[in-house]
Design a protein around this ligand. Structure first.
Ligand SMILES: O=P(O)(O)OC[C@H]1O[C@](O)(CO)[C@@H](O)[C@@H]1O
Length: 547
């Protein structure tokens, strides 16, 4: 049993997780990994990683360096509330939206997170209290197409309502990004973020703090929570929770690369969704890495031999975890944001990868652009149509004689390798179609293998990197539909409907090029098609699983 608690984070471990800590902790302490990390030593991940890590380590000092933002955010919030603007909408993807989502949910303050190109979702946001809306447009690079499209649509909506967009849109971006110059030129208020921090490590930069602060979160308290553990996480000693968590995550042997993130009563609402991007996009490359599986509460089945179960415990938890490969983590949100960032850096070193780049994400963006330019998004003929569902199979000739959705799903699941996982990727309205996420549990029970569920295109900025760069053992179920009503993107040749179809088509293409099977189900009628898919999931039999 490993048990460390300090100021406000605690990490306990048992079984293979405790063995991993025992195997790696002393070396990490001897190598002074923790103190070197917090001194921003960019050589910690090997020569190949140095160029990227040299510009991606400022997150270790944000608890202090972000302090000037507190006053700036408060001033904007005061001015906003004085004008009766109390509906904050955040336009941003991945690291530009996942942290504010968790920070606001944990603080119990409302924030509309618009991290989609799905036309119905974007329209619903536009139609919601525009007269009281302030929009934060967050993009580190300034070139993410979803965010750029959302900005253009909001600008048009404000103008159509006779509202000056520069009075309603706050831009958060890196200094010198294309968006930075353009926004300042157009008269928008711009808050620059620390450029020496990558997206998935940016929770305590302006990307995490500006939307949260404007929504009413006490961001100073969040920084205080992170500051309270900074010295502990920088200490070269056995009690360091980041060394322990990092060793448990990246040091099991054989590697338990399916990391279940279990909500075991933590007050940090939706924490798994934030940690998912941090872990998947940081480690899922060079054919290795860790696949986070976000499970609401207790996992459906028994612990599998390639799984690590991480329980997110209440802050004051005395619970010690038990089990063959279990980790328990507790602590305040601010402290855990820094803890998991440091632990991921540790895990990256043990896995032998660069935790700060995302080499495979670009391939999917390029494929999407090609489809968009070629106007061929989703134009490839289906293998067959069953009722309201068009069926397409990519990545090999595995469909066999399937003639129904049921048979196609069984054929996909039949491709699962011994330590495989099934990824469900739904390019639908994650608010209106939220119930679809329940298929994750039922599929997991039936196939007795890890099942992940991601809303498209949101997951493309989270687990997307892992699907292409991680261990080649996934099978992929993609669900798309035609929006109830499409939405033009001002100044662009494509509509949101074109764009999301290209994103789905491009991602499927790239996964298939990696030799992995992809089953694409396109709902020609949303309601009837969804009913058919849910039925097929219910009809699936465990004997359909290959291994
Ligand atoms: O903040 P940006 O530059 O719009 O990027 C959004 C997200 O897209 C990625 O660059 C790729 O998924 C993430 O790393 C990042 O968090």
């Amino acid at each position: 049993m490993n048990d460390t608690s300090s100021s406000s984070v605690a990490v306990t471990a048992s079984g293979a997780a405790a063995d991993a800590i025992d195997a790696h902790l002393s070396a990490l302490v001897e190598q002074k990994f923790a103190s070197r990390l917090f001194d921003q030593d960019h050589t910690l991940w090997g020569p190949a990683a140095e160029e990227e890590s040299a510009k991606r380590l400022s997150w270790v000092s944000l608890a202090r360096s972000s302090r000037p933002l507190v006053g700036e955010i408060a001033a904007i919030r005061d001015e906003m509330t004085s004008r009766g603007l109390d509906h904050v909408v955040l336009c941003g993807m991945g690291g530009s939206s996942l942290a504010p989502e968790v920070i606001c949910a944990t603080a119990g303050v409302p924030l509309t997170v618009l991290d989609s190109s799905q036309p119905d979702m974007v329209r619903a946001a536009i139609d919601d209290r525009l007269d009281k809306t302030i929009v934060v447009v967050s993009s580190k690079s300034g070139s993410t197409v979803e965010t750029d499209s959302q900005r253009r649509i909001y600008e048009q909506a404000f103008k159509d309502a006779g509202i000056d967009p520069t009075e309603r849109i706050v831009v958060v971006t890196d200094p010198g990004s294309p968006l930075d110059g353009e926004a300042r030129q157009a008269g928008y208020r711009v808050v620059n973020a620390d450029p020496q921090v990558g997206g998935r490590y940016s929770a305590l930069t302006a990307f995490g703090l500006v939307p949260s602060g404007l929504a009413g979160v006490d961001v100073e308290a969040l920084l205080d929570q992170a500051e309270a553990v900074t010295d502990v996480l920088a200490a070269d000693d056995d009690a360091n929770p980041a060394l322990r968590l990092g060793a448990a995550l990246g040091g099991t042997s054989p590697l338990r690369n399916k990391v279940l993130l279990i909500d075991a009563g933590t007050a940090n609402v939706g924490f798994g969704d934030w940690a998912e991007q941090l872990i998947a996009e940081s480690t899922g490359k060079d054919g290795t890495g860790l696949l986070p599986v976000v499970v609401g509460s207790s996992p459906a089945g028994e612990l599998l031999d390639d799984e690590l179960w991480v329980s997110l415990l209440p802050d004051d938890s005395e619970d010690a975890v038990a089990g063959d490969a279990a980790v328990g983590v507790s602590g305040s949100l601010g402290a855990q944001l820094l803890l998991w960032e440091a632990a991921t850096a540790v895990a990256g070193r043990l896995l032998g990868i660069n935790p700060f780049d995302q080499p495979d994400v670009e391939s999917a963006k390029k494929a999407a652009r090609a489809l968009l330019d070629g106007g061929a998004a989703g134009a490839d003929a289906p293998a067959f149509t069953d009722g309201a569902v068009e069926v397409r199979a990519l990545g090999g000739d595995w469909l066999g004689g399937a003639k129904t959705v049921d048979e196609a799903l069984a054929a996909l699941v039949g491709q699962l390798p011994e330590h495989g996982y099934l990824a469900v990727m739904a390019y639908l309205d994650r608010i209106a179609d939220a119930a679809l996420a329940d298929v994750r549990v039922s599929l997991g029970k039936t196939i007795n293998r890890p099942v992940t569920f991601g809303w498209g295109p949101r997951f493309l900025h989270s687990t997307g990197q892992y699907h292409k760069g991680g261990a080649p053992e996934g099978v992929y179920l993609q669900i798309t539909t035609t929006a109830h009503e499409d939405l033009a993107v001002p100044g662009r040749e494509f509509t949101l409907g074109d764009f999301i179809a290209a994103q789905a088509g491009g991602d499927a293409q790239v996964i298939a090029e990696h030799g992995r099977p992809v089953l694409r189900l396109h709902l020609t009628d949303h309601d009837d098609g969804l009913t058919q898919v849910m039925q097929a999931v219910g009809d699936l039999k465990s004997e359909d699983t290959a291994s």
